[in-house]
Design a protein around this ligand. Sequence first.
Ligand SMILES: Cc1ncc(COP(=O)(O)O)c(C=O)c1O
Length: 423
Amino acid sequence: MPTIRERDSKVVWHPYTPMKTWPEAIAIVKGEGLYLIDEDGKKYMDAISSWWVNLHGHANQYIAQKVSEQAAALEHCIFAGFTHEPAVRLAERLLHILPEGMEKIFYSDNGSTAVEVAIKMSLQYWSNKGVNKKKLVALQHAYHGDTFGAMSVSERSIFTEAFKEQLFDVAFIPFPVIGNERNSLDELERQLLTGDVAALIVEPLVQGASGMNMYSPEILEGLFELCRKYNALIIADEVMTGFGRTGPLFACGHISVSPDIVCLSKGLTGGAMPLGVTACTKDVFNAFYDDDRMKMLYHGHSFTANPTICAAALASLDLLLTDDCAASRLRIAASHAAFASEIDGHRMVAAVRQTGTIIALELMTHESSYHHSLRDTLYKFFLDKGIIMRPLGNIIYVLPPYCITNEELQYIYSCIRELLETL
Ligand SMILES: Cc1ncc(COP(=O)(O)O)c(C=O)c1O
């Protein structure tokens, strides 16, 4: 009888995977809290929350129960002309916790579509108002997803190389490197002074895919304030940072200026099912609220606001909003901070950075790139230790589900220490 992994290699094409040179995929048959268990019974700690989606551990029984109840009552229905309790309740609850000013929730399917919708909203907002603002501004190193709009507002990199001629022009401002933040603010102001900036889009405080690059709340606030001053919309892509990753529920919660549009996905359902949300202010919504049908938002997906998935999101919110979950996030952040100060200055550590439950280590190498030769060695090193890590080139990071225990964190740190000594 062939194994799942043998059958997989004959029929499946995996994401972000060099199919010719990469070994067969590991077949997971069970999830259990922090652990994923493969078909041979080997357990892996999911130190990266399965691409940053999982909040409460795998196969969470509470979420599973709520999903099962909803699927048995109403699994799906069209969301144009119809609505249902899970979508309405989820919108109400999200608006209650989102940064101030958010008043409407638009559903889609994943992080990229949440960004796509935000881009379309911001561009059509100005065209509906008859104002000629068409330029989008993004941060150097940005990653906002894999659809064409999302790729356009992302850094031109190996991710986008094959499609670069098809991407639309975006103005990229320098990443706010510590000590040189003025550059980013000045360049944003220069762009805004042209008068044609429709919106700024940022990953607030932490840029995920480009290597867990972090910047301060003061700079985030400075960027937002400039957009306010020059009347450009602000899109906060909280697809990765949302739902407590950086400490507060949203990274924008670190500052006092609110965005106009917020993108959510990943942790929205606790990582159990795919869902995207684009939240916006009343002002944004009002630009589409018109007798003229040409002013409505021409966007929607077949599975918009799927009730079963909304039930997963509601269940995840129940767990997220407990005192226990808040305490776990503080505990993880404190543990990361202690480890960061211990290894800072190690001969093999070029930089260590931490925001909330995310810690990242840049290893000392001659060059830094996604396909860095060290990457596969690091990946295998941790896999052999029973830890799932997906290094971003020479950068390793721990971004765990909130159910991780202190002992499990210490085990991961001890493997990192061992790695540093073997390099
Ligand atoms: C900040 C950010 N935005 C958007 C996306 C795209 O999300 P998805 O992979 O669900 O399309 C990602 C994915 O990593 C992300 O980190």
